[in-house]
Design a protein around this ligand. Structure first.
Ligand code: ATP
Ligand code: MG
Length: 413
C-alpha cells in the first residue's frame, strides 16, 4: 500500500466545498480591490528564490525542495512573491499604469516539520501590489486580508499586529542597537538565534523558543529608531487603519522573514489554533523588484494560509458550507425504466438541476433508501406503467406530498 508523502494532504469531496467557499471569498474580495489573478509556474530556477526570498531566511536555508534538471538547479515554489515579481519583470508589466495588483491561490512547498497548521505542501492566498508607496496602499492591502477574515466570521478571533522595520536609511541604526543588545546575551539564546545574530539580527525578534522570546521582549523597538520619513509613514498607516475601522496593535516583535522587507510589516494572529497561529503575514518589499533585475519599483503583499484558516473556523465552530444535495432522485424498476430515468436526469441536468438515478443496479427499495441517504429533495419512481402513461408521482421527501407530473415535461428549480 503506497501512502502519501509526509506533510501532504488529500482534500476529499466532503472538505473541498469549504476550500472552494473560502477561495471564492478571497477572489471576490481581491477583485473588489482591483487585483487580477496570476497563475505561476510550480517550479522556477532556484536562484530566483535565493535572490527573491533571501539567502539568510529559513525558507531558503532549510526548507526548499531543490533538484537538478540537466545543468539547472530548480526548486518547487516555497512562496509566491518571487515568482510574481519575476513575471512582472519578464512580461514588461512595469511599463503599465501603476499600481499593478496581482493575487493568487496556489500550493507552495516547504520541507518543514509537519504539525497542525504546518504541512510540506500548503495552500496560500497571496496578493502583491507594485508601484504604490502611499500609506493608503499599505492600508488597502491590509484591509483586503481583513475583509476575507471578516467574511469568514473570524475578525473577532484574530488580531492584526503591525510594525515598521524602517528603510535602508534607518535600518542600520536599528540593527546596531539590536547587536548591542543581544551581543552579551548570546550564550542564553538558542542555536538558530546565535546563527541569526550574525546573518540577520532582526530575525532574533521572532524566535518562538520561550527563553529567546523573553530576551527579545526587552530588546530595543524598531519604532524607536525610525527615520523621520518612516515614522511619518507609519503614523499615516495607523490613521488610515483607524479611518477604515480596522483594529490593530503595534507589535515590535513582528519583523517577518524576508530579507527585502522594508517599512510596513504585519501579521494576523488567531488565538487558540495552536503554535501555528499566524494566519496571514505580509509587508512592504521596496527593494525586491530592482534586486531581481527590474526597475526601482515598490511592492507590498501578504500570504494567507488556507489550512490555518480552516483550523480557526473549526476552533470557533464556524461551518459556513451546506452540503450539496440532489434536487431529484429518479428510481426505476426494470431495464426500460432505467433508460427512461437516465433520460429524465439528463433533461433536468441540462436545465441546471442536480439530479441522480440508479447506476449500480440497486433494488427499488434500496434505491429509495439511497435517495434518502443522499438527501434528495424529490424522488420519482419509474416503472413500465409510468413509461406507458408518461405520468408519475413526484414525491417531496420532506413533506411526503405527491404530485402527478408529466415525466417528459415537469420542471424543478
Ligand atoms: P511561520 O512563521 O508560520 O513559519 P512564515 O513566516 O514562514 O510562517 P510566510 O512565508 O509569511 O510564512 O507565509 C504566509 C502564510 O502562509 C503564513 O502566515 C501561514 O498562514 C502560511 N504558511 C506558511 N508556511 C506554512 C506551512 N508550512 N503550512 C501551512 N501554512 C503555512
Ligand atoms: Mg515558516
Amino acid at each position: 500500500m503506497i501512502q502519501k508523502i509526509k506533510g501532504t494532504m488529500d482534500i476529499l469531496p466532503d472538505e473541498t466545498p469549504l476550500f472552494r467557499y473560502i477561495e471564492g471569498i478571497m477572489r471576490e474580495e481581491a477583485e473588489k480591490c482591483g487585483f487580477g489573478e496570476i497563475r505561476l509556474p510550480t517550479f522556477e530556477l532556484t536562484e530566483l528564490f535565493v535572490r527573491g526570498v533571501g539567502n539568510t531566511t529559513d525558507v531558503v536555508q532549510k526548507e526548499m525542495y531543490t533538484f537538478m534538471d540537466g545543468d539547472d538547479s530548480i526548486s518547487l515554489r516555497p512562496e509566491g512573491t518571487a515568482g510574481t515579481v519575476r513575471a512582472l519583470i519578464e512580461n514588461g508589466k512595469y511599463g503599465d499604469a501603476m499600481p499593478q495588483k496581482y493575487y493568487y491561490i496556489m500550493s507552495c512547498f516547504r520541507h518543514e516539520k509537519p504539525q497542525a497548521g504546518r504541512t510540506r505542501e500548503f495552500f496560500q492566498f497571496g496578493v502583491e501590489m507594485f508601484g504604490a508607496e502611499t500609506a493608503s496602499a499599505d492600508a488597502t492591502v491590509i484591509s483586503l486580508a481583513y475583509a476575507v477574515l471578516r467574511r469568514l466570521g473570524l475578525d473577532s478571533y484574530v488580531t492584526l499586529h503591525i510594525n515598521s522595520i524602517g528603510c535602508a536609511e534607518c535600518r542600520p541604526t536599528y540593527k546596531k542597537a539590536l547587536t548591542d543588545y543581544f551581543g552579551d546575551k548570546l550564550p542564553s539564546l538558542c542555536e538558530t538565534c546565535r546563527e541569526r545574530f550574525a546573518r540577520n539580527p532582526l530575525r532574533l525578534l521572532d524566535c518562538k523558543v520561550p527563553t529567546c522570546a523573553t530576551i527579545a521582549e526587552a530588546a530595543p523597538k524598531t519604532v524607536g529608531s525610525l527615520c523621520e520619513a518612516c515614522a511619518k509613514r507609519f503614523d499615516a498607516l495607523r490613521r488610515s487603519l483607524d479611518a477604515m475601522g480596522i483594529p490593530y496593535v503595534v507589535d515590535s516583535s513582528i519583523v517577518r522573514g524576508l530579507d527585502y522587507y522594508t517599512g510596513t510589516v504585519f501579521e494576523f494572529v488567531a488565538e487558540g489554533i495552536g503554535a501555528q497561529s499566524t494566519v496571514c503575514g505580509g509587508g512592504r518589499y521596496d527593494g525586491l523588484v530592482a534586486s531581481l533585475g527590474g526597475p526601482d519599483l515598490s511592492g507590498i503583499g501578504f500570504g494567507m494560509g488556507l489550512t490555518r484558516l480552516i483550523l480557526a473556523l473549526k476552533q470557533h465552530g464556524i461551518d459556513p458550507v451546506a452540503p450539496v444535495k440532489p434536487r431529484l432522485y429518479v428510481a426505476s424498476l426494470g431495464e426500460a425504466a432505467a433508460t427512461e430515468a437516465l433520460s429524465i436526469v439528463e433533461r433536468l441536468r441540462r436545465e441546471g438541476v442536480y439530479a441522480e438515478c440508479d447506476l449500480v443496479g440497486r433494488s427499488l427499495k434500496a434505491q429509495m433508501k439511497y435517495a434518502d441517504k443522499i438527501g434528495a429533495a424529490y424522488t420519482l419512481i419509474i416503472g413500465d406503467n409510468e413509461i406507458e402513461t408518461g405520468k408519475a408521482n413526484l414525491r417531496n421527501m420532506a413533506t411526503s406530498e405527491q404530485t402527478e407530473v408529466d415525466i417528459h415535461a415537469f420542471s424543478l428549480e
